[in-house]
Design a protein around this ligand. Structure first.
Ligand SMILES: Nc1ncnc2c1ncn2[C@@H]1O[C@H](COP(=O)(O)OP(=O)(O)OP(=O)(O)O)[C@@H](O)[C@H]1O
Length: 261
């Protein structure tokens, strides 16, 4: 997939995105411009379609039978749902980290090396493993036990390993679906610090139920609600400071003040 940047500041754009599970329209007319090398947070009550939109960004939704996507998503100028585009290739550019850490039941080293090999990496594997672990702020904790099974790491370490695994493929975007919700406060802080570091090199989109977390880590925030048909829609999208402290929309204000104020 050869990409071309339309606008250097915009990494990805959705236009009139509608996503269905069979006949149920889970989200309606989502129009978003995700800025490059910044953090965008998706917030809103349960069921408003945050994860659905997130998964559509790297075509993970298609792995769920009965899903249908209308509208377009352009990543660096390329329509990622076009017929000629391979979804596996899309996922190489747009990686994902899930709510529950899901390392492979293999060594720490192999967790990183395996994905890179499958994706055709032929360079110095030791170096890739080290730099990926360093970027994920895990290297110092695991450098002496790279052959140990990853499942023996703590939950927070496992999640940073999953981030290292995503980074090793050298994506442009990392999608994170509630990446810290299963972790203790100290591990959560580490993940948040890491997100702040990573945005120097990556575009990050994060779903979170934690308003404080959205306020701390994101540059832009998208607030979703459901309409009378239970379909999710975008109420307001803008700079995080404005969404939290000076929202334009009454519904945003009510939600933020109820959950955050
Ligand atoms: N695999 C699926 N099959 C059918 N319906 C689904 C599926 N996944 C999600 N939905 C429905 O789509 C809507 C949006 O769900 P989604 O998980 O995207 O919302 P969310 O805002 O991420 O919720 P939460 O905050 O609880 O994770 C909901 O009505 C949900 O029931």
């Amino acid at each position: 997939m050869s990409t071309q940047l339309e606008n250097q500041d915009i990494e990805l754009r959705t236009d009139n995105l509608n996503i269905y599970y069979d006949t149920f329209r889970a989200v309606t007319d989502i129009n978003l411009e995700i800025p490059r090398e910044q953090v965008t947070a998706f917030i809103g009550p349960s069921g408003c379609g945050k994860s659905t939109v997130l998964r559509s960004i790297n075509r993970m939704n298609e792995l769920i039978p009965g899903t249908r996507t209308e509208g377009t998503i352009h990543f660096r100028g390329v329509d990622i749902y076009a017929d000629k585009v391979d979804p596996v290739e899309v996922r190489r550019h747009i990686g994902m980290v899930f709510q529950k850490p899901n390392p492979f039941p293999k060594s720490i080293y192999d967790n990183i090396a395996w994905g890179a090999k499958i994706n055709g990496f032929t360079g110095d594997m030791d170096e890739l493993v080290e730099t990926s672990l360093q970027q994920a702020a895990l290297w110092n904790e695991v450098k002496d036990k790279l052959k140990q099974n990853a499942l023996r790491l703590s939950g927070g370490q496992q999640q940073r390993l999953c981030i290292a695994r995503a980074i090793a493929i050298k994506p442009h975007i990392i999608l994170m679906d509630e990446p810290a919700s299963a972790l203790d406060p100290i591990s959560t802080t580490k993940i948040e610090d890491l997100i702040n570091e990573l945005k120097q090199d990556y575009t990050i989109v994060i779903v979170t139920h934690n308003m404080q977390q959205a306020a701390r880590v994101s540059d832009k925030t998208a607030f979703f609600l459901v309409d009378e048909n239970r379909s999710g829609y975008l109420v307001e999208y803008g700079k995080t400071d404005e969404i939290f402290f000076n929202p334009k929309n009454k519904e945003t204000e009510d939600y933020i003040s109820g959950r955050f104020g």
